[in-house]
Design a protein around this ligand. Structure first.
Ligand code: SAM
Length: 239
């Protein structure tokens, strides 16, 4: 999967592929990233990418032309068609189902805004979708783009050490994940649940499912309400 990110902080964005799962995905040739700095597509000596807002008011607005040229360069760098996604607090809220769809695309162009945002006409002319990573305002779209790339990377076959771990993650199963433990068995009087040390895989599976159901019921009843629960799940919840 190829990502192109348009950002005035290309080095920062590029750092996402230098470590962790995204780093491994890049090393294994599953994911590539090219960053495009709109300042390289300006024509004045100050490399200006922003200007004062029409109508007055605080802050600056990102200009159309440098961004448009940067998007054009990103599109032209690979023959495959790519959607342009603008990372924006006004976009649709990102969730795991959307990430699954995105991870199935061969390439995406991500646009990171700054300042008060981007000239609306650039969005009308070049942007296919707007995506938010939550109902709060960041100083720029870089972190949002990095969040999106990280979430996609872990779904790319071969990116994780264990193929099953993404399938068992919260939301992928339609539930929150169960609790996890590792050695030692006891810390400050807190013991690892004996069932996890029993070696009985059937019981362990049942316990994990019950924990996932219980946690989701307690913490996210909204997502539990969207699930079609089996009879077995209903029994586990009622136990
Ligand atoms: N004035 C804008 C508004 O209120 O909608 C906010 C601009 S924000 C300071 C600058 C940039 O950060 C935006 O253009 C966008 O790219 C990015 N950004 C901020 N919050 C975001 C969020 N929750 N999700 C995705 N991108 C975000």
């Amino acid at each position: 999967m190829r990502f192109d990110v348009i950002s005035v902080f290309p080095e920062w964005v590029a750092s996402v592929t230098r470590c962790g799962v995204t780093g491994r995905a890049r090393e294994r040739g599953l994911m590539s990233l090219q960053c495009w700095d709109p300042r390289c597509f300006t024509e004045d000596r100050h490399r200006t990418v922003d200007d004062r807002p029409y109508g007055g008011g605080p802050g600056m607005v990102m200009k159309v032309e440098p961004l448009r040229r940067a998007i054009g360069a990103a599109r032209g760098a690979d023959p495959r068609p790519a959607k342009v996604l603008y990372m924006s607090p006004q976009g649709r809220r990102l969730d795991q189902a959307a990430v699954h769809d995105m991870a199935g695309q061969s390439r995406l162009i991500l646009l990171a805004g700054r300042y008060e945002g981007i000239d609306e006409r650039l969005i009308q002319l070049e942007v296919d979708e707007e995506w938010s990573i939550g109902d709060y305002v960041l100083s720029g779209g870089e972190l949002a783009a990095m969040v999106l790339m990280d979430a996609c990377a872990r779904l790319l076959p071969g990116a994780l050490g264990d193929e099953d771990s993404a399938a068992q993650d919260s939301f992928s199963t339609g539930l929150l994940d169960c609790p996890h433990y590792t050695r030692p068995e006891m810390i400050d009087g807190l013991e690892v649940p004996p069932v996890l040390r029993s070696g009985d895989h059937g019981r362990i599976e049942r316990w994990r499912r019950k924990q996932a159901l219980g946690r989701t019921w307690m913490r996210r009843p909204d997502i539990l309400a969207q699930q079609e629960l089996s009879q077995a799940d209903r029994r586990l919840l009622e136990e």
